[in-house]
Design a protein around this ligand. Structure first.
Ligand SMILES: NC(=O)c1ccc[n+]([C@@H]2O[C@H](COP(=O)([O-])OP(=O)(O)OC[C@H]3O[C@@H](n4cnc5c(N)ncnc54)[C@H](O)[C@@H]3O)[C@@H](O)[C@H]2O)c1
Length: 324
């Protein structure tokens, strides 16, 4: 059945890939984005150009922290709130932008859902709220001892809490999806895999903060989109981890890129970033049992596909800005 779906952050990495799949599956997609300057806007223009070539896509250029930003929308069935200001390191320098784009914007989206009796709101959240996991797998039911290690994580956690409070006892079903380090085509230039691919392909220095032994639950974008579609069938208010329980270190990622690009990386190690966790491990039991979902793409296949995408746009995107 065709649905009217609102995707916030549609010019961002995850919102874009999600919108493409929703359109392919015959939904009408209304995409909203403020095209903020968190990283080079040319990446957002590239994604938006692609979306605007689709018939059942409509773009709204608005800032969700503006209370009236959603006033003109009617007859929306589902809201995917993917819009946010992401990035852990930058958040320490600019807390107010993170409060505006994550906490205030999420409050406005939740209020929109409440006031318009939207049946489902799917809210993007992050593994960053867990901090360093050590060997312990992080489960979704966090307790009061949680202590978000960054401004980014604090504003995302407050977005979760506000959406829960606003929508409790209302008709909107709230699903929170906590993503673990997502990568893939049309990715973000401030995240390690795309930066590393760019630096290695263009014979530039590959900067690694720390010794590169920190491990991440790298999760391929198609697996994330797959889960985002599956949660449409979940009718209770739930929180799901969206990750990969096979982690990789940054050094392993560099080796895989070297292998598929047939190039040698010139690695330069710099001081470790403030409060950078050693490892963040997800528990996937709930996503597996409730949604019958698990990540299907291994890191080698995911990186190979991302390098192929980079190569197909290389002339255009090699001169875009990649954040250190
Ligand atoms: N990519 C990851 O690894 C990852 C991991 C954990 C959580 N997340 C979460 O997933 C979501 C999507 O992340 P992404 O990687 O696609 O990031 P992104 O920065 O590529 O996309 C976010 C988009 O939201 C837009 N936006 C920001 N503030 C806005 C506002 N006030 N009004 C309208 N639009 C606004 C931005 O312009 C951007 O295009 C975010 O909620 C992020 O916190 C991402």
């Amino acid at each position: 059945m065709t649905k009217n779906v609102l995707v916030t952050g549609c010019a961002g990495f995850i919102g874009f890939n999600l919108s493409k799949t929703l359109i392919k599956e015959n939904n009408n997609v209304y995409g909203i984005d403020s095209l903020n300057n968190a990283y080079d806007k040319k990446f957002k223009d590239l994604r938006l150009q692609n979306l605007e070539s689709e018939n059942n896509f409509q773009f709204i250029s608005n800032d969700l922290s503006d209370e009236d930003s959603l006033n003109d929308l009617a007859d929306i069935d589902i809201v995917y709130h993917m819009g946010a200001r992401a990035g852990v390191r930058q958040s320490f320098n600019d807390p107010l932008s993170y409060i505006k784009d994550n906490t205030i914007a999420t409050t406005n989206v939740a209020n929109f859902c409440k006031n318009n009796n939207i049946s489902k709101m799917i809210l993007a959240s992050t593994s960053s709220i867990y901090g360093n996991s050590g060997e312990k797998e992080m489960v979704e039911d966090i307790d009061e001892k949680i202590n978000p290690p960054s401004i980014y994580a604090s504003t995302k956690l407050s977005g979760e809490t506000l959406a829960k409070t606003i929508l409790s006892s209302h008709n909107t079903n709230l699903i929170i999806t906590r993503f673990f380090t997502v990568y893939g085509p049309y990715g973000r230039p401030d995240m390690s895999i795309l930066r590393f691919i760019h630096w290695i392909m263009e014979n530039k220095e590959v900067k690694i903060f720390g010794d590169g032994e920190q491990r991440r639950s790298f999760t391929y974008i198609d697996d994330v989109v797959d889960l985002l579609l599956k949660v449409q069938d979940c009718d209770s208010n739930e929180t799901f981890n969206v990750g990969n329980n096979k982690t990789s270190s940054l050094n392993e990622v560099v080796k895989i890129i070297e292998h598929f690009s047939n190039k040698k990386a010139q690695v330069v190690n710099e001081p470790r970033a403030f409060r950078d966790p050693d490892v963040v491990l997800p528990s996937l039991s709930k996503s597996k049992n409730t949604l019958k979902w698990e990540p299907k793409t291994n890191i080698e296949d995911g990186i190979k596909a991302t390098i192929e995408w980079y190569s197909s746009f290389q002339d255009k995107i090699k001169d875009f800005t990649y954040i250190n």
